[in-house]
Design a protein around this ligand. Sequence first.
Ligand SMILES: Nc1nc2c(ncn2[C@@H]2O[C@H](COP(=O)(O)OP(=O)(O)O)[C@@H](O)[C@H]2O)c(=O)[nH]1
Ligand SMILES: [Mg+2]
Length: 585
Amino acid sequence: MHVVATAGHVDHGKSTLVRALTGMEPDRWAEERRRGMTIDLGFAWTTLDPGGTVAFVDVPGHERFVPNMLAGVGPVPAAMVVVAADEGWMPQSAEHLAALDALGVRHGLLVVSRADLADPGPAMRRAAEEIAATSLGAVAAVAVSAVTGAGLDELRTALSRLVTALPAPAGGPVRLWADRAFTIKGAGTVVTGTLGGGELRTGDELELTAGERVVRVRGLQSLGEPVIAVRGPARVAVNLRGVGKDEVGRGAALLTPGCFLRTDLVDVRVHGDPVAALPGTLTLHAGSAAVTVRVRPLGADTARLRLARALPLRIGDRALLRDPGRHHVAGGVTVLDVVPPGLQRRGAAEARAVTLAGMDGVPDPAGELRRRRLVRRGELVRMGVPAEGDAVAGDWLADPEHWAWLGTRLAAEVAAHARERPLEPGVPVDALRHRLELPDRALVEALVRPPLVLRAGRVAAGAAGVPPELVAAVDKAFADLADRPFAAPEAHRLAELGLGPRQLGAAVRAGLVVQVADNVVLRAGAPERAAQVLAGLPQPFTLSEARQALDTTRRVAVPLLGLLDRTGATRRLPDDRRTVIDKDA
Ligand SMILES: Nc1nc2c(ncn2[C@@H]2O[C@H](COP(=O)(O)OP(=O)(O)O)[C@@H](O)[C@H]2O)c(=O)[nH]1
Ligand SMILES: [Mg+2]
């Protein structure tokens, strides 16, 4: 199916043309028919050969109803611009065209209507010139009279050409902007909209405007017929279970879960009026939604928009800024960032303007990683950025350069800690998470690479090439002795854990433990710390006093003091007492 919107000034014959092409009445409301004027969006369809089914979104031309017009054209890729031969180019001809241009609509057709009332030539020349200067470019033009039927066959042919030349529909997630919601007795709430791309199926679960709320598709209709599935672009009516009509009115969106976030702060490029000339408050029209925004200029053509209500916007979205008071389309916007950084720091706004100058709204995974350094894959996807590549931990993606720098910082923190507190078995993971300002423990753990080792919730300097089983066995041996740094695991415990002479030798070489006697090992650094503890005793001290101060057994204390004597940390006196040798003395 193809979807084409009408555009043009009130009373120029848009609805009449849609009626002539489809045999259907696009004006749905009694009031519209009574007044002979379109107020809200109308829908009708026909089949072209070639081209297949074409659905029309017929828009109101009156200046009061421009917001309705914008809700209709927002998601539509092609437009039929209608100008009356007898009236020529009028204010809403210009405003509607400006809207199509702002939204970047690239496919269209010019129809000069009411050709039985005046020579269509002048209106056609003027309109063609105006259109050529927009995103639509040079378009085919047809003169028609709905009264005499002249030109209607040519119009069908031109429409066939237009729709067969439309680009293939985008796949990807569903974002159905609601243009209507109503209640059907017995069926519940029905939402209609133009599905731009993606596929909807009955039974699908969808997020309602990227809220936490998930709704289920109870039934689908397209062009008045029930269907199991529908692929965009298409007009669809979605019957929802357990949803009130007020929750899904115009401007709401039904979304593929996990693919959109709601944002009320976006950085955009403005195509149109110079940013410096924009008023501080405008209306942003995106999809079928219209919200008030505060405009903060950043660069010459970039700005930050603060939305009065959050919308499910993604990087690359096109939207439009309008000044409702002046009936003026201020410009189109391309969304550059939907989770922009704060601008509190001095000079941040200037720096941001420079960054935005280099962005074009085409999702750039590497660039996003470089700017964000660390980001969850799911969040990038919701921003509209395809996030391939390996996660560094969990679903965290990292900029490679930043990740390498973090690895270096981690090693430096661990080394500094080991120098300051040689007896502690490494730095707790949480402390490192804090120091490195990381959002997740898993990131710290993922940064631990040899010679660093992760054991018992701490990161320590290990030795390269130490088998992890050995590290684990040593950790287990000391697990019960965490508060007694000078206690050695019992010999039978070492044997149980498979720590024989060969394994202990390897653990000593790896710097995990020091051996003070056969089958007596302490954590690396324990002798140095013992000397510090002993220095705090009245000098000289006895073996028994040392044993008590170190909260250990004779089995450890005797060889440990022997080791301290040999390394020159203590001196044994003739009466068997010892003194600590003050190195600074
Ligand atoms: N003579 C003549 N009148 C037309 C033609 N097309 C539309 N009209 C009349 O112009 C008026 C406005 O038409 P309508 O389709 O409602 O315009 P819209 O506001 O653009 O949708 C109606 O009275 C139509 O009958 C035409 O080709 N010839
Ligand atoms: Mg109309």
